[in-house]
Design a protein around this ligand. Sequence first.
Ligand code: ADP
Length: 161
Amino acid sequence: MKTAIYPGSFDPVTNGHLNIIERAAKNFDRLIVCVMMNGDKHPMFSVSERVDMIRRVTEHIDNVSVMCSDKLLADFAREQGSTVIVKGLRAISDFEREFQMAIINHKLNPELDTMFLTAEHQFMYLSSSAVKEMARYDADLHDFLPQVIIEEFKARMAEQI
Ligand code: ADP
């Protein structure tokens, strides 16, 4: 069974993330979406809220599981019996950091390779931080966030303004 891991902060999960999840899930027997706990120290949503939101938006995809980890990705992958990390690439600006991370992860775990999926053109500009910025100005979020999390996202935004 070929298992791949799609790591990120997903604060919150966007339509761009979901597009990568749907495409990656078609190419592996199992896809683990992993909320990495070692990034942003001031996330908008807690790890369990982010895991829960990703579960809700991926309910229709049978071979997706959602987890979280505070370990090194190279170690988490080993534990899960996975040799593939999936990443989305939006623009050249993503490339340098992702290239560096891929080499480091391969160095830490030589069994582990990183595969890149290019963002679809309609999501190339989309990031969790861009969604937060748009929400601040009350933009319509339907093209950017999965429908089932929009109300929860707006409610949290309102608390923070
Ligand atoms: P961000 O906060 O920038 O949205 P994450 O850490 O949550 O980023 O992203 C996890 C992964 O998803 C990364 O590989 C990132 O490049 C990818 N990704 C994020 N947004 C998109 C998008 N709109 N299209 C394709 N890949 C994306």
